[in-house]
Design a protein around this ligand. Structure first.
Ligand SMILES: [Fe+2]
Length: 239
């Protein structure tokens, strides 16, 4: 049972704290499909779900609930509630999204005020520290996603917190949050990621995982990261 504990700007699982030893074990690689990176045109409240896709069609009411929640006075809290409900039955969400087979994103909705996609992480995949410049909510429906929270420091960045998200857990991030992500498992991890803005149209930053030097981040950079993760997975499987 995951009892969620309100903690400042976020809701966390009791299992979130893996401790300093966990921090030392995390390395950093990662992923995204070309379709996801290119993304759909930036039109208001664009619906990405194809109704001809039986599985994705099951996401329709969830997306509708998120769009409605995003219009409330505290959009992040309202969307977080919808997301927590959505992943409270992880198997149902997994069935609706579909089994992950490669690193990438399935985009369900994109507008100027809201982006919703499912992100799949290959086994033991890592994503370097990055920001979003908009609020975020992450709900895991399969596997596990470990987050390191960073803050800016004189040397670039320093780690300040860690959250381990298991299936059914939801975490939120403030607009100025910086995090890196690891799938510690030898199987796929999948989560629904929701952002309070157009995730694909926003120029952001990422930080080199070793030097922690800040670099610009954009679709092309992220696409290359996802492609490398898929390439690693194929190599490890002897393909
Ligand atoms: Fe992120």
């Amino acid at each position: 049972m995951n009892t969620r504990i309100p903690s400042g700007d976020r809701t966390v699982s009791r299992r979130e704290m893996i401790g300093a030893a966990g921090l030392g074990l995390l390395a950093l690689p990662s992923v995204m499909t070309s379709e996801a990176i290119a993304g759909p045109p930036n039109e208001p409240e664009e619906r990405i779900i194809k109704t001809t896709d039986r599985n994705l069609g099951e996401m329709q009411s969830f997306v509708d609930d998120c769009i409605a929640a995003n219009k409330e006075s505290d959009p992040q809290a309202a969307v977080q509630e919808v997301l927590a409900r959505g992943v409270s039955d992880p198997a149902k969400m997994l069935k609706a999204v579909g089994d992950p087979t490669e690193a990438g994103l399935k985009v369900f909705h994109r507008s100027k005020t809201l982006t919703i996609f499912a992100a799949s992480w290959t086994p033991q995949m890592n994503l370097m520290p990055h920001n979003h410049l908009m609020w975020a909510a992450i709900g895991i429906y399969t596997g596990r996603e470990d987050n390191i929270l960073w803050q800016r420091s004189e040397g670039g960045l320093e780690a300040k917190d860690v959250r381990c998200l298991f299936a059914g857990d939801v975490a939120t991030l403030k607009p100025n949050a910086i995090h890196s992500v690891t799938n510690p498992l030898e199987r796929f991890t999948g989560g629904v990621h929701i952002y309070g803005g157009d995730f694909f149209a926003t120029e952001r930053s990422q930080w080199d995982p070793e030097s922690l030097v800040e670099e610009p981040s954009n679709g092309a950079v992220i696409r290359a990261i996802f492609e490398r993760a898929n390439e690693r997975m194929r190599r490890s499987r002897g393909h």
